[in-house]
Design a protein. Structure first.
Length: 151
């Protein structure tokens, strides 16, 4: 997926929430998977210790046993971990609350700490915060449409 330089700059660093990443793994032909594949071509995915821990915890839930083999989960975590841009969250930022869901705050903290301009989520508790300073909080469909419109 080639993107317009302006669009590509907007996605140079992107935070993708756990549910979008899991949806991408579960449905390879779905919008989240197409988006994540495209993002991996034009950007770097940002993780903090907290956001990666959420992915790592959720991917091992028994409800995914019938859909994702142990080997596939290990491979996804390994690839994600090695390709990620890792950020530490400054204490002053970590104290800020944006959402009533602590796990949601971790994604905002990671995006702001990295200077990312895009956070992709399907979570209404995050989507209702759009825009947040320079951070655009988009659904997978909105992000994919934005990237494809600039292609």
């Amino acid at each position: 997926m080639k993107a317009d330089p302006v669009v590509q700059a907007s996605y140079a660093l992107a935070v993708v929430d756990t549910n979008v990443l899991l949806s991408a793994a579960l449905s390879p032909g779905g919008t989240p998977a197409i988006l994540v594949d495209g993002l991996l071509e034009i950007s770097k995915l940002v993780f903090s210790a907290a956001t990666f821990a959420e992915l790592e915890t959720r991917i091992w839930l028994p409800k995914f046993d019938r859909y994702l083999s142990i080997e596939r989960r290990r491979r996804l975590l390994s690839l994600t971990q090695s390709a990620a841009v890792w950020v530490d969250i400054p204490a002053a930022l970590a104290e800020r609350t944006f959402s009533s869901d602590h796990a949601d705050n971790a994604f905002i903290h990671a995006a702001l700490a990295a200077g990312a301009l895009r956070l992709i989520t399907g979570d209404d508790d995050l989507l209702c915060l759009h825009p947040l300073d320079t951070l655009h909080i988009l659904t997978p469909r909105q992000a994919l449409d934005e990237i494809q419109a600039g292609a």
